[in-house]
Design a protein around this ligand. Sequence first.
Ligand code: GDP
Length: 473
Amino acid sequence: TANSVQFITKLTQKTKLAGARLADKHINLAVTGLSQSGKTAFITSLMNQLLEVNENAQLPFFSTHREARIIGVKRSAQMDVTTSRFAYEDAIEGLSKYPASWPQSTRGISQVRLLIRYKKKSGIGKWLSEDGCLTLDITDYPGEWLLDLPLLDMDFSTWCEHSAKEMRETKRLELSNQVRTQIDKLDLNGPSDESLLQKIAENYADYLKQCQLAGFQLLQPGRFLLPGELAGAPVLHFFPVSQSQLNMQNVDLNKLHKGSNIALLVERFEQYKQRVIQPFYQQHFKRFDRQIILVDCLGALNRGYHSYHDLQKALTWLMGSFAYGSSNILKRLFKPKIDKLIFAASKADHITPDQQSNLVKLLDSMLRDARKQLQFEGVVTESTLIAAIKASKHGRTKIDGEDIAVVQGVTADGQNLTLFPGEVPMQCPLPQFWDKQKFAFPQFAAPQLKAGDALPHIRMDQVIDFMLADKLQ
Ligand code: GDP
């Protein structure tokens, strides 16, 4: 009858709507890693692989693409208008010119949104919409900011003990010389002198940057290295004071004189925790549901044992932000959401293909302890390697009659280079190893991107598949 036809039509429309809503999926993907680990290169490549996806794309392990179900990908206005926009266009412009240049590295937080239209895997029924749309929000932020999480559970005195001791370690003694002298001269009980505290804090930040150049990776407070929008803000104007100085100047941290230098230092430290660290977790970190952490293992090997060791320590600290169950600090702040976590050793085009499995084993050995905690939390983790933007070619050559694998690329100063960059150890060598031998994995100039091509890469398709494919069914 006419009535039942109307009813069925209405039902069909309703089901169609429900189908369309069901098909609208969302992933909040965060990308992090310490400075120079390859975050910008990764996001540039990720966007490029997706935006340029077509039948010739080199993404054999991205199942949705392999099954020819991607209809189209486009950039859309990002969700949070107060966060910087990821500078994709600038990155592509730099890579397209001759000579090509690497994109500008991550300095703070930035975002981008992609809409991925796809054909659903199985025709669930002719009433349901056949196409789906996945909204992919990508956030880029410095891993250094995660190193600040443990500060939330420290008071000024504990933090000072830790940092002042570090400044006196053999390798850092000389780097910290100037700022230590300045701090030692400061009259802690004297009337607060904002401009003097600012000067010393800036020197403290310089000292941290010197440590970073010397290969250290576990450096705090994270915003002193990458202040983002806080550059110059008073909340960054504090520094640690040694216990001996506190004793010598008769300072009791429990009975501070209002208006003194030390009272202001303590206040700033507390404000840094409340106004900088906490809001990052509450406004941003809380939203992430998938996370990729990039690790430049090869760079750390190049810089020596202290750098490698410090990177391992930094990663363990950084992973504290993902081990919610055991972290009271995070539980106090919010409920966890991240369900997939991927660790990727970056810049894998610096080594020959036969060394790739060693690189993943090396990364795994670096993460072993911290990972046990994560498995307990029920987060799916994966470790792999990538070259987001492959800047070398792999080949073979004969040396003294022996056929060996080589890497060919162009150095930063434009010289062609063909070499066997060396073996990658499966785990961290003993410190003595570096006394006899050094690692020298090369650095390459950026490859030029030809119009219409996608960026050359290693294993970006596998990472994309792991991160997105389950939401593109
Ligand atoms: P960020 O600080 O984490 O944003 O690091 P970037 O993405 O800016 O990368 C830092 C530098 O590492 C770049 O300027 C490149 O020199 C190098 N790099 C990053 N990714 C790759 C890669 O996939 N291959 C090669 N050969 N070099 C890379």
